[in-house]
Design a protein around this ligand. Sequence first.
Ligand code: 5AD
Ligand code: SF4
Length: 456
Amino acid sequence: MSENNKTNTKAKKGLFVQSYGCQMNVYDSERMVDVLAPLGYAPVEKPEDADLVVLNTCHIREKATEKVYSEIGRLKMQKEAKQKAGNGDMMIAVAGCVAQAEGAEIMNRAPVVELVVGPQAYHHLPELIARAARKSGEVLDTSFDAIDKFDALPIKRENTGVSAFLSVQEGCDKFCSFCVVPYTRGEEFSRPFAKVMDEAKSLVDNGVKEIILLGQNVNAYDGGNNIGLAQLIEKIAELNGVERIRYTTSHPCDMRDDLIAAHGSIAKLMPYLHLPVQAGSNKVLKAMNRKHTVESYAETIAQVRKMRPDIAIASDFIVGFPGESDKDFEETMALVREIKYASAYSFKYSRRPGTPASAMMYQIAENIKDERLQALQALLAEQQTAFNASKIGQEVDVLVTGKGRNPGQMLGKAPWQQSVFFAGDESMINKTVRVKAVGAGLNSLAGELLKADANA
Ligand code: 5AD
Ligand code: SF4
């Protein structure tokens, strides 16, 4: 009988996980696949082919949230078509930060959704799916226990590429006045150092060469026994097989001296730092509850550049925060001109229910937000292109990730995070090659192959 049961549970079922929003969600989506593998679920290419579709949602801005409901509508039609054609069924699950923030509302507004699971509870998916299938019991789980979750997740990582995310820290205690993260992801929690190392080793065993350490405030990492992010990076750099380490995303207030120094002393730590400033006016930063000033931020960047002069600096920006005047916005533009960014994400302020900023006076008109965003993005695009162009003529090590669009063209990543295209062959995939940069665009470099194995 146990034999039979085994075959039953191992029968292949299609799984489609759609990830929205940040890299934490990409990591969580991969882990959901790992959690569901023992139940016989295997990833499929299209939602139509799936027995279970999970939408791993983002709540950071209004637009991201609205996407969920339109996607549920589309899936509902596909589910009905499947049932009509006698092609089985499709269970629809909503996970992630929208699930956390408005779980019950989702189930009311879209009864086709059979289960809702928050970002700290997805290790309960097997049980929730069973309950949903039996149509009995609570199928909404937005419990908060990051320790529990990480303990329940399998350490072994499979199906990774040459570059993989590794979540080391979750949640946020900073409470920026515009942001939902402290509410959807809960308080700051760091995974214990030994657990992180075990997962890093599993990634290396699986052929991963680049490890990207993830956290909402990754530089607040505290693994116990005086292991902060700098020490963690140092230990991961000691693992044979690891070639590149990155971390994202950071808060300016947690940029400790030892982490800044690590950029100068650890060769495997890539020259790229995503350090969001959000705005260039001290008045706005104060209203945002950012707890740093424009000057302290610029000073941190200067220190990092002292350690690693070629480092690519990236940031997030919000325009049109309540009370932002033309002068405040001009200060953001001035800061951008001073820092000179290699890349950036910029957004119009989006009013999020329950956050302090949503109740502030002097909300900014949409057309003004549009104008400011356009001006900022034009400046940032100019800087990004200039940064890439500054690499022309240099030798660049490229971690090859796959084939390019054109025949004979390969694609990889430069140390500063841009894509690099060059003429090569498939034997180079998952290896580091050396090219000479001969061209640059907004998002990529063009290279000419110098050495097929840069480590030889
Ligand atoms: N409106 C616009 N952008 C936001 N972000 C966070 N909350 C909001 C909001 N309410 C941006 C910040 C953050 C990034 C992940 O999203 O720039 O760094
Ligand atoms: Fe949100 Fe601020 Fe925390 Fe970043 S630091 S997750 S912007 S509250």
